[in-house]
Ligand binder design. Structure first.
Ligand code: NDP
Length: 292
């Protein structure tokens, strides 16, 4: 039976340390500030944004919640970002993705000052990450590295297989995991929709990371015995027995996977709490840079 990697516990541990750093800054009159911009009314985005705000307050940080209507123009969003770039109370700017179709996502990401790019999506941050220079690492991949570290699982020399190649998860995570660093040194394979025989690939994984956004697509027979399984997927599936009409499942068929894996992250309660924690981590890092 697999050992469950408890993301909430690891996140709480990291947040305790962040709270100490925030309290230290508060003594010098600095309150790390995060601006969260949400366009439109997508329920999933709304709940992510509320969770981010609550976490900020819990740590003694300042959070500015900016909610704008779906028909907000690209130019007014660019103007807002420019104002936030100049704002001395704001150390981090997060624009919740996805954006409505009439707004060019890349244009918005590039407009954020790289020194406040706490999502780590700006091309400057991505370039620095690839060159292994100090920068804001993207939150979900960074959170996964922390989960492995806390569980004493070293990727060094392991075959890591990642299912998914998005800009926010698969692509940066693959890069971090093959870097010649304590958190890397793995041999990494990335799979996607053009991969010929997915099962053949996943069965070679000592560490299997599922980030495809396909409910329970990784079944027990696709997992190598004793593999470490990290489930990034968050999928809503209809469930009439629940009051809200759905339940959340990952990309991994959890019960089957537990029979094969040595370690596994649950959904919810695995990668999710880490993503928000690493956002707070980046905001604190940005505020500390302002102080120094
Ligand atoms: P995207 O939709 O941007 O990317 C999905 C990737 O998976 C694509 O590269 C796609 O391939 C690949 N893929 C999809 N279906 C298959 C398949 N059947 N076989 C092989 N590859 C496949 O998703 P994101 O990266 O944004 O998110 C992935 C999941 O992770 C989602 O469920 C999302 O909700 C969740 N997530 C969770 C976070 C957390 O904090 N827990 C944070 C971010 C995301 P191709 O490129 O060929 O289309």
């Amino acid at each position: 039976m697999a050992i469950i990697i408890d993301g909430k516990e690891v996140a709480a541990n990291l947040r305790e340390n962040l709270a100490i750093r925030v309290a230290e800054m508060n003594k010098s009159g600095v309150i790390p500030g995060l601006a969260v911009v949400l366009i439109g009314d997508d329920p999933a985005s709304r709940s992510y944004v509320s969770a981010k705000e609550k976490s900020c307050h819990d740590l003694g940080m300042y959070s500015r919640d900016i909610r704008l209507p779906e028909d907000t123009s690209e130019s007014s969003l660019l103007k807002l970002i420019d104002e936030l770039n100049q704002d001395r109370e704001i150390d981090g700017i997060l624009v919740q993705l996805p954006l409505p179709n009439h707004i060019n996502e890349q244009k918005i990401i590039v407009a954020i000052d790289p020194s406040k790019d706490v999502d780590g999506f700006h091309p400057m941050s991505v370039g620095k990450m690839i060159l292994e220079q100090d920068t804001f690492l993207p939150c979900t991949p960074h959170g996964i590295l922390k989960l492995l570290e806390y569980s004493h699982i070293s990727p060094k020399g392991k075959n890591v297989v990642i299912v998914g190649r998005s800009n926010i998860v698969g692509k940066p995570l693959s890069n971090l995991l093959f870097q010649k660093q304590a958190w890397g040194n793995a041999t990494v394979t990335i799979c996607h929709t053009a991969t010929q025989n997915l099962k053949e690939e996943t069965l070679r994984a000592d560490i299997l990371i599922a980030a495809a956004g396909r409910p329970e697509m990784i079944t027990g027979d696709m997992i190598k015995p004793e593999a470490v399984v990290i489930d990034v997927g968050v999928n809503r599936v209809e469930d009439s027995s629940k009051k809200r009409g759905y339940r959340l499942v990952g990309d991994v068929a959890f019960n089957e996977a537990c029979e094969k894996a040595s370690y596994i992250t649950p959904v919810p309660g695995g990668v999710g709490p880490m993503t928000i924690t690493m956002l707070l981590f980046n905001t604190v890092k940005s505020a500390e840079a302002r102080l120094s």
